[in-house]
Design a protein around this ligand. Structure first.
Ligand SMILES: [Zn+2]
Length: 362
């Protein structure tokens, strides 16, 4: 249950909304009921509300987060939160997130809502911080990691592509979660398309350094795989232009496309083990565990994304914190970071050990 309360400037009285008074999916008596008259308001909450300094109440509205936490949270003026039943159809993605939705907002208020608590706050900030992390890693690579490892110009290019892709992915995701609540469905859908495009770019950012260093000593396979991956990502982009791509009918096709683009990486991974002479080879023993960990992180991130676990078992309890999409976001950042560190290790290995004569000529 979520309860909102605040101070009414006109009447000079505190107000609350009783969720059970909602009629036809619309708030019936918003800003009208006094806390004492709301049958759903528990004694402790009522006391807490009435004790709140009036000055503080006048400056902002506060929300209670679910039934398990009591955090006073600032809500900018002109923004209110909605329940699942109250939001427009295009925002009804996850019925287990029952409250805390922003909706019907113009762009300016979407932006301002970045500092308030809603069911998208963790999604926005996890990838905003992710963007800052990859930006910092980029600066750090150029100023210290790469020069210290004796990197060549091509190493700089590969790192720049990888980290740029990760940053684009993070920013597209921030944009979508910030502007999905836009009053225009068209704008919201455009940001959703950009979020999906960002995922493809993020996958590309994993492939480029991975293939480059895995086939560092084999120019033919390196170029072939890089070209194949580029065409695949391009094909995904083309699919995204299709008008039905964002519809719910194509939900499974969307998931299938992303799974195939990511899953197809098993082919170069197995090939890399074979080219290096199997599991006994030093480079395979060094880096195969890292590749397996990468697949485990990606697999678990995907499972959270599609199964909507854990909120499926606690509907309404994880509206603000602990929902599957938040876990997915954090795992994506962890996965990109892990892959970046793996690329650093592979680059340092390749620069410390020259390519074997057998494959360097091909
Ligand atoms: Zn997201």
């Amino acid at each position: 249950m979520s309860l909102r309360f605040g101070f009414d400037e006109l009447t000079g009285r505190t107000w609350t909304r009783c969720p059970n008074k909602d009629v036809d999916g619309r708030p019936a008596t918003d800003a009208l009921a006094s806390p004492a008259s709301c049958p759903w308001t528990r004694g402790a909450e009522n006391k807490m509300l009435l004790k709140m300094p009036q000055k503080l109440l006048k400056s902002a509205n506060y929300i209670e987060l679910g039934s398990y936490q009591h955090w006073p949270v600032l809500i900018p003026q002109n923004i209110r939160l909605y329940t699942y039943e109250q939001v427009p159809l295009f925002l009804k993605e996850n019925p287990f997130i029952t409250d805390g939705y922003r909706a019907h907002l113009p762009s300016k208020l979407c932006l301002r809502s970045i500092f308030m608590m809603s069911n998208e706050t963790v999604n926005i900030w996890s990838h905003l911080l992710g963007f800052l992390l990859f930006f910092y890693l980029g600066v750090n690579d150029v100023t210290s990691t790469l020069p210290a490892s004796g990197a060549k110009r091509e190493d700089y290019v590969i790192y720049a592509i990888g980290l740029f892709c990760f940053q684009v992915c993070m920013l597209c995701s921030v944009g979508y979660h910030l502007f999905a609540c836009h009053r225009s469905e068209k704008t919201s859908r455009r940001w959703l398309a950009l979020d999906y495009a960002g995922i493809s770019v993020g996958i590309l950012g994993c492939y480029v350094p991975g293939i480059f260093y895995a086939f560092y000593c084999n120019a033919f396979w390196r170029q072939l795989y890089l070209l194949t991956v580029l065409s695949l990502i391009l094909a995904v982009f083309c699919a995204q232009v299709h008008p039905r791509y964002l519809s719910n009918d194509w939900r499974h096709i969307r998931v299938a496309i992303f799974c195939s683009v990511a899953g197809i990486s098993v082919i170069p991974a197995c090939h890399w083990v074979g080219v290096n002479g199997g599991f006994t080879c030093e480079v395979v023993q060094l880096f195969l565990p890292r590749v397996i960990v990468m697949y485990l992180i990606a697999g678990s991130a995907f499972l959270f994304y599609v199964t909507k676990i854990p909120e499926r078992y606690f509907p309404g309890q994880l509206n603000y914190l602990g929902a599957s999409h938040q876990v997915w976001h954090i795992l994506v950042v962890v996965m990109f970071y892990w892959w970046h560190q793996t690329a650093v290790h592979m680059m340092q290995f390749r620069h410390s050990q020259p390519c074997p004569a057998l494959t360097s000529s091909s």
